[in-house]
Design a protein around this ligand. Structure first.
Ligand code: NDP
Length: 317
């Protein structure tokens, strides 16, 4: 077991964590980033990125994350191939323990653990994951070129995924458990106007049906009539929202109704001085790489201020 100490400990290595690291390193805080189970975060499971500023041509999500990590390391960040399993937030310095058994001590703590797609938890979902069942149309839609696909959900993500899939398929069905969508009106209008998308209302998914060759259909129950049916499909995209990765902080930091960490509005400050949260773990509204990077920057600037004030009070500065 090794103990690693730093002025700024960052948990998570997506755009939020790495932006915090770049700013923190340049401010001389010698940050440590503990990468977690999915180094690079959600962008590593996407392909084309067209909305990250600075690139006139389409770039690839995994490439963008490699560049961000290289930039963070170049300015002095230490990257740790480890996953935090335990944190002690009782006061600065904060202590975290990794899967490896190593201990991490940070004068400040930046939480950038992100969010992950939610799953329905019905039979067949896990078994057929990667064989027809996916939670990311932009990652996997290409594989269903020319095939019939379905999207499950009624929010912005589901509607955007259905619209996106029309790039690959002329037969897209949105399956929703109620009779109205919660997606924004402009997206709903686009969905309803699209000639290649139909909507199945009031349908709950009972299971995903298939075998060794992959998915063949989705078993449904009508939530009004109780009628059972099977919608044949080779590709099903689950788009029922995201769950922020806050398990580590249960009982230690407050979360909102959706499970996202609560911060002081307009800042990355949690209720514990010296502990900051940035990116998708505290943002259920925007959830973009560029907003995650922005809040990561804010967390580093606030961490620096926190330490400067503390050092000043202690007569060190
Ligand atoms: P949402 O929470 O907005 O929507 C989830 C959808 O999935 C709802 O329609 C919900 O149904 C349905 N659902 C949830 N659980 C189940 C279940 N067990 N079985 C069947 N259906 C289920 O999540 P999104 O990912 O769509 O969006 C999250 C946030 O990100 C939102 O604030 C959204 O506005 C934002 N966002 C913005 C975008 C943009 O601005 N371009 C793009 C994507 C997301 P029900 O309606 O019945 O509750």
């Amino acid at each position: 077991m090794t103990t690693h100490t730093t002025r700024m400990l960052i948990i998570g290595s997506g755009p939020a964590g790495l932006s915090a690291a770049i700013y923190g390193a340049r401010a001389g805080m010698q940050p440590i980033v503990v990468q977690g189970l999915q180094p690079g975060g959600q962008l590593t499971i996407t392909t084309d990125v067209e909305n990250y500023p600075g690139f006139r041509d389409v770039i690839q999500g995994p490439w963008l994350m490699e560049e961000m990590q290289a930039q963070a390391e170049h300015v002095g960040t230490r990257m740790m191939w480890d996953t935090i399993t335990e944190v002690d937030l009782s006061g600065s310095p904060f202590r975290a323990v990794g899967d490896s058994g190593d201990e991490y001590i940070g004068d400040t703590l930046v939480i950038a653990t992100g969010a992950q797609a939610k799953w329905l938890g019905v039979p067949g979902e896990q078994e057929l994951s990667g064989k027809g069942v996916s939670a990311c149309a932009t990652c996997d839609g290409f594989f269903y070129r020319g095939k019939k696909v379905v999207v499950i959900g009624g929010g912005n993500t589901a509607v955007e995924e259905a619209l996106y899939l029309t790039n690959h398929s002329q037969d897209v069905t949105l399956i929703h458990r109620r009779d109205s969508l919660r997606a924004e009106k402009i997206l709903q209008d686009r969905l309803h106007a699209h000639p290649h998308i139909k909507v199945l209302w009031n349908k709950a998914v009972d299971s995903f049906v298939g075998g060794d060759t992959g998915l063949t259909g989705v078993a449904l129950t009508d939530t009004v009539t109780g009628e059972k049916s099977v919608e044949p499909t080779q590709g099903a995209f689950v788009a029922i929202g995201h769950a922020p990765a806050t398990e580590l902080f249960k009982g230690k930091l407050a979360v909102d109704g959706g499970g996202y960490l609560i911060v002081e509005p307009g800042t990355p400050k949690t209720a514990i001085p010296g502990v900051f949260a940035c990116g998708d773990v505290m943002d259920h509204t925007y959830r973009q790489a560029v907003t995650a990077a922005g809040t990561g920057c804010m967390a580093a600037l606030d961490a620096e201020r926190f330490l400067a004030e503390r050092d000043f009070a202690a007569g060190k500065a």
